[in-house]
Write a protein of this length. Sequence first.
Length: 437
Amino acid sequence: MSGDTIFALATPRGRSAVAVVRMSGTGVRFALETLVGAVPTARRASLRRVTEPGTGDLLDQAIVIWFPSPKSFTGEDMAELHLHGGRAVLQGIVNALSGFGFRIAEPGEFTRRAFGNGKSDLTAVEGLADLIDAQTAAQRRQAVRQMSGALAGVAARCRFELLDAMARVEAEIDFSDEGDVAEGGGSAPALDALRAVASEMDGLLAGSRRSERLREGVVAVLAGPANAGKSTLLNALAGRDVAIVSDRPGTTRDVLEVSLDLSGTPLTLVDTAGLRASDDLIEQEGIRRARDRLATADIVLWLTPADQRSIFSDAPVGSTVIPIATKIDSAKKGSPDDRLGVSAVTGAGIDSLLKRLALEAEALAGEASLVTRERQRLALVRARDALGRVLSGFSDGELELVAEDLRLSVRALEALVGRVDVEDVLDRLFASFCIGK
């Protein structure tokens, strides 16, 4: 890691009661000795006078916390200054720290240093990023579980069993002529352990798509013919005016999105252009975008007016379709079929629709797996594929190939937790972090 010392404001900018400035690096001890006169007791909040270097003018009275290496978040010397959140106070601290030769941290640099110093693995870092972005209680629970090392723990257990099997296999290959290494003697216990590992990997992969949906949000697309009431229903479900509403067909030309929290499950509602034949080039583009969103929808809300027949055949494979009869307040007859009737004008049926959406979203995005990202899933797929070849290789007696596939499976697990092949992933991930985290 870099030997320079970094600092950053870890709370939002602007006038506030309290602002927290974090520091990490070899110069932190010097900064504390210069700014507050002495290094406080480790990991204990201390009220100190913060003075300007050189002049000795009082900058602020602050709570100072000192985290000496290696027992800190980054693994380096760290400190936090809990200051009053006035602009002049913060500018004085920034000037002082810059004068020491410290530099402002890049986004995610504190966490990157923690990763580089072995204080955190990649899955925990991803969990931290998800916790910062969590919008619902279910997302928070999933992120905390990931940040706490749940997936890394499973990967470590699987890796241990793979390495143990590798040692047995290589001993059998290299020392098969030795009297105390019986031919095939290590295969039986190794096979039992590897089958258990394969079963655990299968369980993780089985629920991975649901966990990814929980992190990213279930996507529900409102679709149907022009003037079916999609935008009006979107506004009613969102509880505010999001989309322009008009009796003129073809008003919606683009895709609009609204995020909802349905009993802890995140849901993205997508309003789309009405599906019909059109000579208007702009409307044609809107219809194309509507079909693109339909192709990736988890839930399709297919809307048709109550007094019209409901005909729909564009649902993507595996999606849930909820047929909805709109404008029931103005229909001459009630919906003649099994559609869910709603009126965005009177509110009739809206609560029933929200309950149905909550049930469907929970079924699609339950907390089913520790695997929450596509990167994690793909690494686990590579590990499982190699392990499948290992199990077949034992049956065929190809121990050299078995040893190689065991190495590939171990490497995939190491990529999962960030021991290898992670630089590109880290660059993208930490770019999304806040400065000061």
